[in-house]
Design a protein around this ligand. Structure first.
Ligand SMILES: *[C@@H]1O[C@H](CO)[C@@H](O)[C@H](O)[C@H]1NC(C)=O
Ligand SMILES: *[C@@H]1O[C@H](CO)[C@@H](O)[C@H](O)[C@H]1NC(C)=O
Ligand SMILES: *[C@@H]1O[C@H](CO)[C@@H](O)[C@H](O)[C@H]1NC(C)=O
Length: 492
């Protein structure tokens, strides 16, 4: 009896607690909005590992993201790379919609992988529309379109776009030039118009969130907003008479639906590859991408490829030289990394030589090395004699010349570590050296990069493109040197 009572008492007490005590006084948090990311990939095997690496690092819960990925008309390895990545990543994302198409590999009337006939514009419009329909059916809050050569290196990009609370918004993307993913003006016929705002925005002299008539390539649409119901990528609006181009069709659709497009440039968000010309090859496109990649190494944040994609080793060579030297000051490993990356991408092999650190030299060192400054030498720009840094720089080159003579090399190429390669550097250098060979030129040094001391007419070398007899020049950024050139310069 007693026992029974106790148990009952305990029960009553317990149930009182249960009804009166708030165990979880805080309401649980609202989950972040749901996002569909639309990936339309074609012939971008070179940028995809970096593109996907950046998506992977976006600071946003993956279980609130659905990936919608389509790929088609490829001549390169795009499908395999995307598939490899999605296969690993699908477990982390809410859902993956995968729409690969292996055949055909080109569009009707297409003259190359970077040419856009109307059939291609139409196909892309339809794809973007399918992604939009998909996101609407799933009641996604947002859809993010981002081209596969746009690398969102800033992991906060998606959050920063959402925070602006706009219907249609793009992050300003950087490139190696003036190009970006927005227009500040549009002509009455729907063509690009450059206005006074473009450069101040592009160069970040003004920072903010601005209404613009065109955003493309990477942009976020807020599907919860009323006006979004009427947007379409395809078919074009019934009043449409502007050029048949997916980005212009969509900008027109936004206008017709009274949806304002916005651009933010408050931070760096990522990079866009300059679109290749219609006649360009995939290799031209890849080289453009190398340049934009370098841009990201200089200004940051740098691009990083996905670790879930296999990266192949490049086949490097010496471009017909006996040696290619890269002079690098040991403490400038940022420059060394950048140069080694560029050279690897250009498939150029190189020997890194430690530069002589001029600041560590004293006058007796210089004497022991047996180097004398030319009597009466003065700097043509500043009018002063050499600094220690310049002596160090000279010595670095000097030791290379000696090595060329010692090893009886036919010719070598010397690069300093702050070189920036022009587009098609390798192809142009190879052609130049070939023509020099054909002409049987008797040469000592060929500057690949320099500063002219007395700008003026220099005599062109016959039958060799882009080569002149150099007047007195300055800087030793990059040059080819022959054995006889090295014998002369290494003499003392
Ligand atoms: C294409 O990519 C896949 C996945 O990364 C890789 O396994 C394959 O070797 C690649 N093929 C070529 C020809 O690069
Ligand atoms: C976002 O914009 C909508 C109008 O489109 C407005 O009603 C809403 O209050 C805004 N939200 C915030 C958090 O500012
Ligand atoms: C110059 O530096 C060397 C070490 O690098 C040292 O042995 C030498 O004594 C120095 N000479 C003078 C004049 O400071």
């Amino acid at each position: 009896m007693f026992l029974h009572f106790l148990v009952l008492g305990a029960f009553v007490l317990h149930s009182e607690c249960y009804f009166s005590e708030e165990i979880y006084p805080e309401e649980s948090q609202i989950q972040p909005p749901t996002v569909v990311i639309a990936i339309l990939a074609r012939n971008t095997a070179h940028s995809l590992p970096y593109y996907l690496g950046a998506l992977e690092r976006l600071n946003y819960p993956k279980d609130r993201i659905t990936l919608w990925a389509a790929t088609d008309h490829n001549v390169d390895n795009t499908t395999a790379i995307l598939k490899e990545w999605l296969t690993v990543m699908q477990q982390f994302y809410h859902y993956v919609e995968w729409r690969p198409m292996e055949q055909p590999t080109s569009y009707a009337g297409e003259m190359g992988p970077k040419h856009w006939p109307n059939s291609r514009y139409e196909y892309v419009m339809k794809l973007k529309q399918s992604a939009l329909d998909f996101a609407r059916k799933r009641w996604a809050d947002y859809i993010l379109y981002t081209d596969t050569d746009n690398i969102l290196t800033n992991p906060e990009t998606l959050n920063l776009l959402i925070a602006e609370n706009k219907s249609a918004i793009a992050p300003m993307l950087d490139s190696q030039g003036a190009y970006s993913n927005y227009w500040c003006g549009i002509t009455p016929q729907g063509y690009y118009r450059r206005t006074a705002e473009y450069f101040p925005t592009r160069h970040r002299h003004r920072l903010g969130c601005y209404p613009v008539p065109m955003i493309h390539s990477t942009f976020l649409l807020d599907l919860r907003k009323e006006g979004m119901k009427n947007l379409a990528f395809f078919p074009p609006h019934e009043d449409y008479s502007w050029p048949y181009d997916d980005i212009i069709v969509f900008a027109f659709s936004c206008r017709a639906a009274e949806v304002q497009m916005y651009l933010i440039n408050k931070e760096r968000y990522g990079y866009v590859n300059v679109p290749p010309k219609p006649q360009h090859t995939l290799e031209d496109d890849r080289l453009n991408f190398v340049h934009v990649h370098l841009e990201s190494m200089i200004f940051g944040p740098p691009m990083q490829h996905s670790k879930y994609i296999h990266m192949f080793q490049k086949q490097r060579d010496l471009m017909g030289f006996d040696e290619i030297y890269l002079i690098n000051l040991r403490r400038r490993d940022d420059r060394r990394d950048r140069m080694l990356f560029s050279l690897n991408e250009l498939e150029i092999d190189v020997k890194v030589v430690d530069a002589v650190d001029g600041n560590a030299l004293n006058s007796s060192d210089i004497k022991i090395l047996g180097v004398d400054l030319l009597p009466g030498y003065y700097d043509p720009f500043s009018g002063r004699t050499l600094t220690k840094g310049e002596v160090g720089c000279f010595l670095s080159h000097f030791f290379i010349w000696k090595e060329i003579v010692e090893l009886q090399m036919d010719k070598a190429l010397v690069l300093e570590d702050d070189v920036r390669f022009q587009a098609n550097f390798k192809r142009r250098a190879l052609r130049l050296m070939e023509e020099v060979e054909q002409e049987d030129l008797n040469w000592d040094i060929i500057y690949f990069g320099r500063k002219q001391v007395n700008p003026g007419k220099e005599k062109p070398v016959e039958n060799v493109h882009n080569l002149v007899m150099a007047d007195y020049s300055y800087w030793t950024l990059s040059y080819a040197i022959s054995l006889q050139g090295a014998q002369k310069t290494a003499q003392r």
